[in-house]
Unconditional design. Structure first.
Lengths: 420, 267
């Protein structure tokens, strides 16, 4: 449907350097990094940080999250994990103490003999990639984390897999975006954060969806005029009007159930490290937070249901109790289900879009499809977009181009699971 | 090789000829792309999907976001299954939903007794088979390796009986080859070895025991290299089928030279 903005709407148009569609942690991270580079930014989202960001546990765990056949993604996840300390430091320096960034290790446990064999096989691949996975005796593991149950079959320590609190980071960035904008004289909150849906991309030539992108049309008909538009609204990305003709953004919802629980005083701390494991072949993790809560997750469902699954909650609590029996004593605070935006190859859609004639479309950057790794990959996504805004392309990440599923326009090149 | 087999030794189930005797499942697939590549490498023409785990409408259109579109694009027929059902009632309702959503009356009937073993509940299974056959479904009944129950399922109208080699996901192979042979020897409908397959030799053995086809998922989807493993199964199933039709030699306790000494010229 075509909106014809009236003169009043045009006079209300917001002008910005970078418009970011989508205020999840990826969009916020990109906006913040762009703002730190001196640009004015505007985040467009009716309810920021309420999607997958609200659910995510926030593990920064490139090593323990290595999957077979996804080794091509490892380079990106490692690069992003390495960037997180410097990504989060300015937020902490600005007084945001609640980012939850912790450099505690991750303890990986197996429940039965088959889980032990599966984790040992995976470790071979992890070691072959030069990753550090230290085998622990069960007594060693339980000495470090005394509430781990006695019936586990194996234990590994991964020193470099850390964690952050995505809700805390998102809140800190949202506050900080407004603070910095105000310092630069952009005092109206709507100049920085628009609580509306974006419905369409605007183009220099309205008849040509592959021409320069010049802004965003909102659901109320108003326009945001921007030098660059970043599409970072996850599953909503393919629904935007005005996407370049021929661009396919194949994202599908992969739902996850996740729990938050409070640890009673007599069990504090339940754990100091992130504990994750395989329990009869099913993955489960417990992430301890600074506020004496733990996050237990996560299921992976493609059943089309956005509601919390009773079976999913049961499975998580059952398996978490195998690793840490005291989970049964905790207070269940929250059950949450959200969708991760999954792509066909489980790798993100990140970068500029080709116009089918060998050039990239100016003014448009895509950053979606982060699937299981949205929080982890926020730091590298923000950095990469900042580079793209400065006309720098990191060739190592060209294989994650968002047009790689678009034969009509994509330039030939390696795909994410190939090493270029 | 596949083409030769199809001509001289066709595999027909529920009246439909299939070019491959390998039926695949999708559970445990690491990525949609990876699953698609593995299915193509396996050469399968029939693949089962858990209706409780994949919603037909979920993920929008296109093979890039929708499992069912992915199958369609690769000319693979979908066999909806009732995995996760514990009662005949649930299984019948799930099959009805699948028939409506996917416009197929084929269903792989799974009625599970408990989550620890995932073994079929024979009583509910027999009940559900009868109900579904009466409702016009082509029932592929996943059953224990019990020759008595297998025959009952056939008598109730199952289009195929699918005895397990070992519990789902265990990769333990075929634990009771004698029972599988017995089921095959008495069956008038296709027998599909379903569940428990760990590696290629398990699938070859199933075919050598006389099974008409093999169904597997985990052995491929959770392998370190699913595409390579899928191709291994493709060859194993063909090899096992050829061997079963070629008439193997008897096993004997003493050596027998492959070239007999009698009748040789004395030079």
């Amino acid at each position: 449907m075509a909106h014809t903005p009236d003169s009043k709407a045009v006079s209300e148009a917001i002008t910005t350097d970078v418009a970011v569609i989508g205020g999840g942690i990826v969009g916020l991270g990109i906006a913040w990094e762009a703002q730190r580079s001196g640009r004015n930014v505007t985040v467009i989202d009716p309810s920021p940080a309420t999607g997958a960001t609200f659910a995510a546990a926030g593990m920064l765990a490139p090593v323990s999250e290595l999957h077979y056949q996804e080794e091509g993604l490892l380079e990106l996840t490692l690069a992003s994990a390495a960037r997180w300390p410097e990504f989060v430091a300015p937020l902490v320096a600005a007084g945001h103490a609640d980012t939850g960034f912790r450099t505690t290790p991750t303890l990986v446990l197996g429940a039965d003999a088959a889980d032990r064999a599966a984790l040992a096989d995976l470790r071979e691949v992890q070691l072959a990639h030069g990753l550090d996975v230290e085998q622990l005796g069960i007594r060693q593991a339980r000495a470090a984390e005394p509430l781990v149950g006695p019936h586990i079959s194996c234990a590994y320590r991964i020193a470099q897999d850390h964690q952050v609190d995505p809700r805390g980071v998102a809140t800190a960035i949202r506050v900080q975006l407004n603070v910095v904008a105000a310092e630069r004289g952009r005092l109206r909150e709507e100049q920085t954060s628009i609580r509306r849906n974006a419905v369409a991309l605007l183009h220099q030539d309205p008849q040509d969806s592959r021409s320069r992108v010049t802004g965003v049309r909102l659901e109320d008909g108003r326009e945001v005029h921007a030098g660059e538009v970043v599409v970072a609204n996850g599953l909503g990305a393919p629904l935007l009007q005005g996407l370049p003709e021929g661009l396919e953004l194949p994202v599908r919802p992969v739902y996850g159930d996740i729990l938050r629980l409070r640890v009673p005083a007599h069990l504090q701390p339940l754990a100091t490290a992130t504990i994750r494991g395989l329990v009869r072949g099913l993955p489960v993790y417990l992430v301890p937070r600074n506020d004496n809560t733990v996050v237990i997750g996560a299921t992976s469902r493609e059943d089309g249901s956005a509601a919390v699954s009773a079976g999913g909650v049961h499975q998580l609590l059952r398996d978490a109790q195998v690793l840490v029996p005291a989970v049964a004593e905790l207070e269940l605070l929250e059950t949450t289900a959200r969708a991760r935006p999954g792509t066909p190859d489980n790798a993100p859609l990140l970068g500029r879009v080709a116009d089918g004639a060998g050039r990239d479309i100016p003014g448009l950057i895509i950053a979606t499809g982060f699937f299981r790794h949205g929080v982890l990959l926020t730091a590298i996504a923000a950095h990469t977009v900042r580079q793209l805004l400065g006309d720098i392309t990191d060739l190592a990440w060209e294989r994650f181009r968002p047009d790689r599923f678009s034969p009509a326009i994509r330039p030939s090149g390696p795909t994410p699971q190939e090493t270029p | 090789m596949t083409e030769i087999l199809t001509e001289t030794d066709p595999f027909t189930v529920a009246g439909v000829p299939l070019g491959s005797r390998l039926i695949m499942g999708t559970g445990g697939a690491p990525s949609l792309d990876g699953l698609g590549a593995a299915l193509v490498a396996s050469g399968t023409e029939l693949t089962t999907v858990a209706m409780r785990r994949y919603a037909p409408g979920s993920g929008g259109g296109g093979a890039g976001t929708n499992l069912f579109e992915l199958l369609l694009e690769n000319n693979i027929r979908v066999l909806p299954n009732t995995a996760g059902c514990f009662t005949a009632r649930e299984a019948v309702m799930t099959a009805e939903l699948a028939r409506e959503a996917l416009e197929t009356d084929w269903v792989k009937l799974e009625v599970i007794a408990d989550e620890n073993t995932l073994l079929p509940d024979a009583v509910e299974l027999v009940d559900a088979t009868e109900q579904l056959v009466n409702r016009g479904f082509k029932v592929f009944a996943y059953t224990n390796d019990d020759p008595v129950v297998a025959l009952r399922l056939e008598q109730l109208g199952a289009a195929a009986v699918m005895p397990l080699g070992a519990p789902i996901g265990t990769g333990l192979g075929i634990l009771n080859p004698h029972n599988i042979e017995l089921i095959v020897s008495r069956a008038g409908v296709p027998v599909v070895l379903d569940a428990g397959i760990g590696t290629a030799s398990d699938a070859a053995l199933a075919m050598e025991l006389g099974c008409d086809a093999v169904l597997l998922a985990t052995a491929v989807t959770r392998a370190q290299d699913p595409v390579r493993m899928a191709e291994a199964f493709k060859h194993a199933v063909i090899g096992g089928r050829l061997a079963s039709r070629a008439g193997r030699i008897p096993k004997r306790a003493h050596a027998l030279a492959s070239s007999a000494m009698e009748g040789r010229p004395d030079l």
